[in-house]
Write a protein that binds this ligand. Sequence first.
Ligand code: SF4
Length: 306
Amino acid sequence: MQEPLLDGITQTGVDRPEPILRAGNTNCGGCGMSIGLQMLSRAVADRTVQMVIPACCGIVTAGPFPHSAYGAPVVASTFASAAAVATGLAHVAKMNGEDTRVLCWAGDGGTYDIGMATISAAAERNEDILYICYDNEIYGNTGGQRSSATPMGAVTTTTASGKLEQKKDIVGIMAAHGIPYVATMSMAHPEDLFHKMRRALDMKGFRFLHMLSPCPTGWKSEPGEGINLVRQAVESGLYPVVEVFDGHRWVVNVDSALSQGALESYFAAQGRFGKTKIDLAEVSKAIHRNWRLLQMRAAFDTQKIS
Ligand code: SF4
């Protein structure tokens, strides 16, 4: 019988009962990524997974080799190569006939910026990968520099007077690849989140999930406020909870009240916006524009186009 390739990387019976993120890890208190990993753990349940984590906070979490805070096999990759490494693992698993889901767990720096070339290439080839971006809107483990996911007005170590540019539209970019599944997830709406994680785990082809991930250290917010902040982001319309199938069928999963009160609370609760003058009227206008576009996309019935 042919020897399996990369034998030993596959999740083993020893790993299976473990949570994806074990206790005793070094994440900051209130880290949204930790909450996301706990939720991922439940969604994965008894499925076999291999994880690829680039050089973001997610890999610092693992701790020093040979120990690991992860209860699943993890390959640590460079920022730039997570999707390429995951592509290789997915092909090897297929050649071995293994029922293994290969997933990338990456921050916004590794996704929106440094990893974009390999993500785009893997998406264009529709590789069989689940890519999850926990978006803390900052380079968390390297000192809190701005990324292209940092919102306009946020103070970071490289934008002392507040970022001048808009946040990149990663959902639109990934949907434009025509991949089977793109979705955003709110940790304040756990039923929707679990449904999407499970759906994405069991689909084939390139799947992309995005999760807004509060970072008390970078956002200068209270550690216990993370889920409230995400709820306010959804209620204000700042963070739409959506799905996109095959790049063209848009679904809005959580209606937003486009609440001005929630928007004000969201900005007021984060010290990163404290030094800059955020023009809430302009932010609100942009939110309304984005929602009109979303509603048009969701109403557009692509099934009727021949
Ligand atoms: S810096 Fe932010 S993302 Fe990184 S571990 Fe701390 S809270 Fe989490």
